[in-house]
Design a binder for this molecule. Structure first.
Ligand code: ADP
Ligand code: ADP
Length: 231
C-alpha cells in the first residue's frame, strides 16, 4: 500500500471555536491509482492533500506514505520527505517567472544535485507536449501551457505521488479537459499516482477512483465495494 491513513482528524481554531476540517478519515491508496477527491468548498479537500504532502500535520490518527510515518517527522524531515516523495501541482501554477519552461522543470532536479537534469527536464516537457516551448518564459505561455510546465516539474523527480489541488480551477473548460486528458495519460502510460481535488464532474469521470468528502467526513468511495470483496 502506498498511502495509509488511519482515523485521521484535523481541527483548526477559528477565534474561540474549533472547525473540524477532517474527521476520522481512514483510507488506503495503491501505487498507480488516479484518485479524485470530490466535495463542496470547505469540505476538507485541501486539508487532506496538505496532510498527504506533509505540509500540514493531523491532530490524531496516523499517516503513512511509502512506508514513512509522516506524522512522526519533524519540520526538517517533513520537507525532505516532500522533496523526495511528493510532486505538487497548484491551481495558480506557481512557476518562477524569470526562468524559462526548461529552467522551471530543471529547478527541482538542480536542487537535488541531479547530473542529467537537462535531458530529464527536456523529456518531461516532451511528455506534456511542450517540446516547442522549452525556451519560453511563463508570461509567453497560455494558462494551459503553464499548467503543463507545472505538471512536468511535478513528475520530473519521479515522485511516489503527485498531488493537485483543483489543478483546473483557473482554466477554461476546453483547456481543463486537455489537462485532465494529459494527467490520465501520464497515469496510464507512466504509472504516475495522482490525487486530485475537484468540484468538476469531468475530472471525476476520468479518475480510476473517486472519494467524496462532506464536512470533513469520508462519505463515499467508488472502490469501497471492490476492496471489501477482495478481502
Ligand atoms: P476544501 O479544500 O474542501 O475547500 P479546506 O480543507 O480548505 O476545504 O477547509 C476545510 C475546513 O477547514 C473549512 O471550514 C476551512 O475554512 C477550514 N480551514 C482550512 N484551513 C484552515 C486554516 N489554516 N485555519 C483555519 N481554518 C481552516
Ligand atoms: P480551495 O480552493 O481548495 O477550497 P481554499 O481557497 O479554501 O482552497 O483554501 C486555500 C488554502 O487556505 C488552503 O491551504 C487552506 O488550508 C487555507 N484555508 C482555508 N480556509 C481557511 C481559513 N478559514 N483560515 C485560514 N486558512 C484557510
Amino acid at each position: 500500500m502506498l498511502v495509509e491513513l488511519n482515523n485521521v482528524s484535523k481541527r483548526y481554531a477559528m477565534g474561540d471555536v474549533w472547525v473540524d476540517a477532517l474527521k476520522e478519515i481512514t483510507l488506503s491508496l495503491d501505487k498507480g491509482e488516479f484518485l479524485a477527491v470530490k466535495g463542496p468548498s470547505g469540505s476538507g479537500k485541501s486539508t487532506l492533500l496538505n496532510i498527504l504532502s506533509a505540509l500540514d500535520q493531523c491532530d490524531s490518527g496516523t499517516v503513512q506514505v511509502g512506508g514513512v510515518n509522516v506524522g512522526a517527522l519533524g519540520e526538517h524531515k517533513r520537507s525532505r520527505f516532500r522533496n523526495r516523495h511528493i510532486g505538487i501541482v497548484f491551481q495558480s501554477f506557481n512557476l518562477i517567472p524569470v526562468l524559462t519552461a526548461l529552467e522551471n522543470v530543471m529547478y527541482p532536479l538542480t536542487l537535488r544535485g541531479v547530473k542529467d537534469a537537462k535531458p530529464r527536464a527536456l523529456q518531461a516537457l516532451k511528455d506534456v507536449g511542450l517540446e516547442k516551448q522549452v525556451n519560453q518564459r511563463p508570461t509567453q505561455l497560455s494558462g494551459g501551457q503553464m499548467q503543463r510546465v507545472a505538471i512536468a516539474r511535478a513528475i520530473v523527480t519521479r515522485p511516489d505521488i503527485v498531488l493537485a489541488d483543483e489543478p483546473t480551477a483557473n482554466l477554461d473548460s476546453k483547456t481543463s479537459e486537455n489537462i485532465m486528458a494529459l494527467i490520465q495519460k501520464l497515469n496510464k502510460e507512466q504509472g504516475v499516482t495522482f490525487v486530485i481535488s475537484t468540484h468538476d464532474n469531468y475530472v471525476t469521470s476520468l479518475a480510476s477512483r473517486v472519494i467524496t468528502i462532506l464536512d470533513g467526513k469520508l462519505v463515499g468511495d467508488s472502490l469501497a465495494k471492490n476492496r471489501q470483496a477482495n478481502k
